[in-house]
Design a protein around this ligand. Structure first.
Ligand SMILES: *Cc1c(COP(=O)(O)O)cnc(C)c1O
Length: 388
C-alpha cells in the first residue's frame, strides 16, 4: 500500500481567482502584448527587490543572455559559473561566443565555492554567474570582492531566488545584473517569463532596447495616442520581451508573494524538524546571512547508512505516489559539455559527490498539510525499510 492514493507532483503553481482576473483583464483591455501591465510589473518588481531598474522578459534564459550581451561579453571571453545549475546558465554564455568555465561548489549550500573562484580566473575572464541554488543565497560579499579585484561583471542567476535575502539585502539589488525566472515551477509564475534587475542605467537601456529588436521605440510608444510611428534600429536586437497577459499574472503573484512564501517556510520548517530526526538524511540549512526562498527542498542521502542508492530511493518514493526531481545533473557530465570542453568525471568532485545524494521533494504553496505529511511519512517508511 502506498502512503497516498493520488500522485503528488514535485511542483505545481498556485493559481487563484485573483490571478485569473488579472489575466482576463489583460485579455479584455485590447492590449495583450507588452504594454501597461508589463511596465507596472517592472516598476513593482524593481521596488520589491530594491533595484533601480527592471526589464520584464519572456524567460530567465533571455534575462541571462541579454545581460551578457549588454555587458559586452563575446568571442574569446571566459565566464565563470557553477556546474550545479540548469543548462541555461551556461548555454547563454556559449550563445554570446564566450566559454563557460566551471568552479566547484560548496558541499553544504551547493552554491559556487568562493574559495575556488580565484584559481579559475585568467586574462580572458570577464564575468561570473553565481546561482542561488534552491533559493539559498551565494556568499555574495566574497564574490563581489573577487569580482571587483578582477573587473568581472557579476550576473546573478536568481531563477530560484525571488524573495531570497543575503545579509538583509534582497537578491536583485546586489550584483551588476540579476536574472529571475517566472517559469511554471518557480516561486512566482507567469507561465514562461523572466526579469532582469540592475542599478546600472546604461546596462538597463541596452537590455530594454535589445529585448525588442533593438528598436528605439517599443510598440506602446508607437501605437497609442501618445505614440509616434517613427523608430530606428539601434542594434540587431532580439525578441525577448514579456506580454501583458503574462504580466497580469506577474502582478497578482507578486501581490501575494509574502503569503506564498509563508506557506513554503512552514512546510520547510516541518520537513526540517521531521527529516532532522533521521541520521540517514542531511537536511538543507539556512546559514546566518541567508533568508532562504525555499524554492526547492533538497535532501541529501547519507548513502553509507542506506542499503539503496539515490535512484532506488526515487523509485521507492514514486511507488508511494510522491513526485521528485534532481537539481541538478552537473553540467560537465552532459555530453555536450563533456565533448566540447573536454570535461571528465573527477573534474568537480564536490558537485559529483553531492549529485549522487540529492533528491528534490515536493514543496510549494498549493500543497495541503496532508500532502506535506504524506511526504514525511513516505520518506520515513523508505528510510526505515532500507536503513543499514
Ligand atoms: C529555471 C532555471 C533557469 C531558466 O529559467 P527560464 O525562465 O525557464 O528560462 C535558469 N537557471 C536556473 C538555475 C533555473 O532553475
Amino acid at each position: 500500500m502506498s502512503t497516498r492514493q493520488e500522485f503528488l507532483p514535485y511542483a505545481l503553481p498556485l493559481i487563484e481567482e485573483d490571478d485569473i482576473a488579472e489575466v482576463v483583464d489583460a485579455l479584455k483591455s485590447g492590449w495583450i502584448a507588452k504594454g501597461p501591465k508589463t511596465m507596472e510589473f517592472e516598476k513593482q518588481f524593481a521596488e520589491y527587490v530594491g533595484a533601480k531598474y527592471a526589464v520584464a522578459l519572456n524567460s530567465c534564459t533571455a534575462a541571462l543572455h541579454l545581460s551578457l550581451v549588454a555587458a559586452g561579453i563575446g568571442e574569446g571571453d571566459e565566464v565563470l559559473t557553477t556546474p550545479m545549475t540548469f543548462a541555461a546558465s551556461a548555454n547563454v554564455v556559449i550563445h554570446t561566443g564566450a566559454k563557460p568555465v566551471f568552479v566547484d561548489i560548496d558541499p553544504v549550500t551547493m552554491n559556487i565555492d568562493p574559495k575556488k573562484i580565484r584559481e579559475k580566473i585568467t586574462s580572458r575572464t570577464k564575468a561570473i554567474i553565481p546561482v542561488h541554488v534552491a533559493g539559498h543565497p551565494c556568499e555574495m560579499d566574497e564574490i563581489m570582492v573577487i569580482a571587483r579585484e578582477h573587473n568581472l561583471f557579476v550576473l546573478e542567476d536568481a531563477a530560484h531566488a525571488v524573495y531570497t535575502q543575503y545579509k538583509g539585502k534582497t537578491i536583485g539589488s546586489i550584483g551588476d545584473a540579476t536574472a529571475f525566472s517566472f517559469y511554471a515551477t518557480k516561486n512566482l509564475v507567469t507561465g514562461e517569463g523572466g526579469m532582469v534587475t540592475t542599478n546600472d542605467e546604461v546596462l538597463y537601456n541596452k537590455i530594454r532596447v535589445m529585448s525588442t529588436h533593438g528598436m528605439s521605440r517599443n510598440a506602446w510608444n508607437r501605437y497609442t495616442e501618445v505614440g509616434s510611428w517613427y523608430y530606428e534600429i539601434l542594434s540587431p536586437g532580439y525578441k525577448d520581451n514579456m506580454s501583458d497577459i503574462m504580466a497580469g499574472l506577474g502582478l497578482s503573484q507578486l501581490a501575494k508573494l509574502e503569503r506564498m512564501q509563508g506557506i513554503r517556510q512552514e512546510i520547510a520548517n516541518y520537513y526540517n524538524v521531521e527529516f532532522g530526526k533521521l541520521p540517514e538524511l542531511e537536511v538543507p540549512i539556512e546559514l546566518d546571512y541567508a533568508r532562504h526562498a525555499w524554492h526547492l527542498y533538497i535532501i541529501k542521502l547519507n548513502l553509507d547508512k542506506l542499503s539503496i542508492d539515490r535512484g532506488k530511493f526515487i523509485d521507492a518514493l514514486k511507488e508511494e505516489n510522491i513526485g521528485t526531481s534532481v537539481h541538478f545533473i552537473p553540467l560537465h557530465m552532459h555530453p555536450y559539455y563533456r565533448d566540447t570542453y573536454g570535461y571528465k568525471p573527477g573534474d568537480f568532485p564536490v558537485a559529483e559527490g553531492v549529485f549522487e545524494r540529492i533528491i528534490s521533494l515536493p514543496l510549494y504553496p498549493k500543497m495541503s498539510k496532508q500532502d506535506a505529511s504524506d511526504v514525511v511519512d513516505a520518506v520515513k517508511r523508505i528510510v526505515e525499510r532500507f536503513r543499514k
